[in-house]
Design a protein around this ligand. Structure first.
Ligand code: URA
Length: 206
């Protein structure tokens, strides 16, 4: 299975802050950003590099640079991971993917999608809560249609149901997550999870 669950003390610490119901939006946003650094570190660990020889003040040395990276933030919770990606990879290009459930048909409906050219890029899809896997599968399919070949999904929490769906639909897409939780409940929340990531990031809890 193409899933890596990060077992780093910092990841576990920030995940605990995110899970804690007492965490208010400001520290929640900070913890989401800090945890995302650890996900990006793992997700780019095998990224191809190109070599550019440089000189230190003392002598020439081989230097290495990252090729083009594109991040696709799945709206709206993926925005909570974007600052960390932009901080670590300042010339990252950013796309956005918005999907919502049609109130009448209950079918997922695309309401916004904008991507830069993806060919030859390392693509990171920011989907913090991998629940049913529907949004991530859709975003990965759209990214592939736009030329993406090297795709990694960054998730804060993944549910087994979402991981299975991704394995069926996109076995080539890697998933890097801070946790693989127990299950989805009847309302499609991940358990134990952390609640609604968007609401907790943006302070829109009822
Ligand atoms: N989206 C969330 O924000 N939380 C969940 O538990 C599942 C989907």
């Amino acid at each position: 299975m193409n899933l890596t669950v990060i077992d780093h003390p910092l990841t576990r610490h920030y995940l605990t802050v995110l899970r804690d119901r007492r965490t208010s939006p400001e520290p929640f946003r900070a913890a989401a950003r800090r945890l995302t650094y650890t996900l990006v570190h793992e997700a780019t660990a095998r990224a191809p590099l190109y070599q550019e020889d440089i000189e230190t003040p003392l002598e020439p040395v081989a230097g290495y640079h990252m090729p083009g990276v594109v991040a696709i933030a799945v709206l709206r919770a993926g925005l909570g991971m974007l600052d960390a990606v932009v901080d670590l990879i300042p010339d990252v290009k950013v796309g956005f993917a918005g999907l919502q459930r049609d109130e009448e048909t209950a079918q997922p409906m695309e309401y916004y999608f904008k991507l830069p050219d993806l060919s030859g890029s390392v693509v990171l899809i920011l989907e913090p809560m991998l629940a049913t896997g529907g949004s991530l599968s859709w975003a990965a399919a759209k990214a592939k249609t736009s030329g993406a070949r090297d795709i990694t999904a960054l998730c804060v929490v993944a549910a087994p149901e979402g991981v299975r769906r991704m394995y069926q639909d996109h076995p080539d897409v890697r998933i890097v997550a801070a946790a693989l939780d127990r299950e989805l409940d009847a309302h499609y929340y991940i358990r134990p999870g952390l609640g609604d990531m968007g609401d907790r990031l943006f302070g829109t809890l009822g």
